[in-house]
Design a protein around this ligand. Structure first.
Ligand SMILES: C[C@H](O)[C@@H](O)[C@@H](O)C(=O)CO
Ligand SMILES: [Mn+2]
Length: 599
């Protein structure tokens, strides 16, 4: 299976990182002595970031360095102009020396910004850092502070590990902010079964994310299927691939609800067409121009989407599970490629959480219902077995029909452990294995129109982060997250518990890392404090990255289990209460307000 080449699927070029070497503007010795050291520092950061980061579509991350050191306002303005022309979406100012703060800082309010003030003392880089941050804070332009732990010698261009970690955490989150800006969330359908998260809150998308909302009625799928508005060649190829690679699972329906072989064969054709159509709706497809559908060829510039499905569609047509699962996965009949971000039930808030996770990890996400907390006692009662190992204090059952990416099987690995990787690191063998352990079961009674649900169980031992954005009247949007691990239960225990829920759906057994207090007192408390029916699961312990991203967007984080050392928010946040970081986050987000407009 080939890797699909890195391409930008959406309009607009990928955002760049702008590096700003700030210098003491005084001539006659001082500036001259600093020019080279400062520019070297900028080059070192540019080199470091572009060699460590890639965009989620696989394209390299490019850095743009200012033409000259920035000693005052004229050079700051020239740099801003260069950055605007180059498409810079994130800025990092670096300096080993004192400079004039208000003259040299980046004042573009919508660009996430950081300052690395070199920890040396031959020249006062940290004094500038503190004064420049004070200026940012005074002017309402929150910025991130990067200050190495150990003193270095002037001229030393090494980036110490603590500085590297901060640069990466900042840059990844900043690029996510810049990447989603100007893109769309496409609602295919509207509100599914009364789930409030499906109601697109346009002011959130516009003011907080800088995104547009686009909408299509689900009848658009019918029109495109009936009029043949899809690429017929691709459809034939997709159907052959699907028949060869997607194993139909057992039908658990009672005889009166079992669909005939003929109906099922037709359902396969429909779900494959739906997949092509949803993707074309999101990003367009030049092939459609060739068959006379120029407007459809353009798509909705959607970086994320959701499909209402239930019930308006699924009462009559096959469900969206195949479409959602395949698009959310890192491959299809065209090869191994970037996953699409698709929320089942058009839960926009979970869809955006998936987008955050995708842009931060570059990998696929698992969308799931947060369905059941199983205490050790309840498991014992039902199965007669004790939970053991990581599962010993109870587990949370994540399970939903729909878009759990097949990457969620855990058949990819990093150093022998299950993982979900960026598409360019995934091997053909890993894809094959994920298809082998997945069955596509005829949909159950919820879905009168048939369809096929993905059934697999996630391998245990994968470090993951479950997250979710919630909307609270009067407060606004808040993010919650829990870092933890997937676990595997012994087959007999798994089967008993799975049978009680829906054995035709994908299961992830999740155990959060506990801190012993608050929402992380025990596994039950995590379930109890979850803000909605859905969660999005990302590979890795990315809580720190999510918190950094949320702070850039001014979305407070209400619940997390991330150690203090990994929290990295704009420097102003500490002015809102340094000993109560969660409360400070709420106050700071409220104070500065959304990046792109009014609350
Ligand atoms: C099939 C059912 O309607 C499920 O889809 C339902 O339990 C949900 O997923 C609700 O989020
Ligand atoms: Mn659901």
């Amino acid at each position: 299976m080939k890797h699909v080449e890195a391409v930008n699927r959406l309009n607009g070029s990928m955002p760049k990182i702008g590096i700003r070497p700030a210098v003491d503007g005084r001539r006659g010795g001082i500036r001259e002595s600093l020019e080279e050291v400062t520019m070297n520092m900028a080059q070192a950061v540019a080199e470091f970031l572009s060699s460590h980061l890639r965009h989620s579509n696989g394209l390299p991350v490019e850095c743009v360095v200012a033409d000259t050191c920035i000693g005052g306002v004229a050079e700051a303005a020239r740099t801003a102009e260069k950055f605007a022309r180059a498409g810079v979406g994130v800025s990092i100012t670096v300096t080993p020396s004192w400079c004039y703060p208000t003259e040299t800082i980046d004042t573009d309010p919508t660009i996430p910004k950081a300052i690395w003030g070199f920890n040396g003392t031959e020249r006062p880089g940290a004094v500038y850092l503190a004064a420049a941050l004070a200026a940012h804070n005074q002017k309402g332009l929150p910025a991130f502070s990067i200050y190495g732990k150990d003193v270095q010698d002037i001229g030393d261009t090494t980036i110490t590990p603590d500085v590297q970690q901060k640069l990466l955490q900042f840059a990844k989150a900043g690029l996510a902010v810049a990447t989603m800006r100007g893109k769309s969330y496409l609602s295919m359908g509207s509100v599914s079964m009364g789930i409030a998260g499906c109601i697109a809150d346009e002011s959130f998308f516009q003011s907080y994310l800088g995104m547009r909302n686009e909408y299509v009625d689900m009848t658009e799928f019918v029109r495109r299927m009936e009029l043949g508005i899809y690429d017929k060649e691709e459809y034939e190829r997709a159907l052959v691939w699907t028949k060869e690679n997607c194993k139909e699972g057992g039908d658990v329906n009672p005889p009166e609800l079992t669909r005939t072989r003929e109906q099922k064969d037709q359902d396969w054709e429909t779900v494959v067409k739906m997949t092509l159509i949803a993707r074309d709706l999101m990003i367009g497809n030049p092939q459609l121009d060739g068959i006379g559908y120029g407007e459809e060829a353009l798509g909705h510039n959607a970086i994320a989407a959701g499909f209402q499905g239930q019930r308006a569609w699924t009462d009559f047509f096959p469900n969206g599970d195949f479409m959602e699962a395949i698009l959310s996965s890192s491959f299809d009949w065209n090869g191994i490629r970037e996953p699409y971000v698709i929320a089942t039930e058009n839960d926009t808030l979970n869809g955006i959480t998936m987008l955050f996770g995708h842009l931060l990890t570059n990998a696929a996400q698992i969308f799931a219902d947060v369905r059941t907390y199983w205490s050790p006692e309840a498991v014992k009662r039902v199965t007669g077995k004790e939970l053991e190992g990581r599962a010993k204090d109870g587990v949370i059952h994540l399970i939903n029909s729909g878009p759990a990416a097949l990457d969620g099987t855990g058949t990819q690995s990093v150093e022998g452990q299950p993982a979900m990787k960026p598409y360019w690191d995934i091997t053909a063998e890993e894809v094959k294995q994920s298809l082998e352990v997945t069955q596509w079961c005829p949909a159950v009674d919820f879905f009168r129109g048939g369809g096929f649900s993905t059934d697999f169980t996630t391998r245990g031992g994968m470090p993951v982060t479950m997250a979710r954005i919630n909307l609270i009247a009067g407060l606004g949007h808040v993010l919650q997250l829990a870092e933890g691990y997937t676990v595997e239960l012994p087959d007999d225990v798994h089967d008993k518990l799975d049978q009680r829920s829906n054995p035709t759906w994908p299961t992830t057994w999740f155990v959060p890392n506990l801190t012993g207090t608050g929402a992380f007192k025990d596994v039950y408390s995590v379930m109890y404090n979850w803000g909605s029916n859905h969660g999005s699961v990302s590979y890795g312990h990315i809580g720190g990255d999510l918190i950094t991203l949320a702070s850039m967007l001014r979305i407070p984080v209400s619940m997390h289990n991330v150690a203090e050392e990994r929290l990295f928010q704009p420097s102003a946040w500490s002015a809102f209460g340094a000993s109560d970081r969660t409360g400070a986050d709420f106050r700071a987000c409220d104070n500065f307000g959304p990046l792109y407009g009014k609350k």
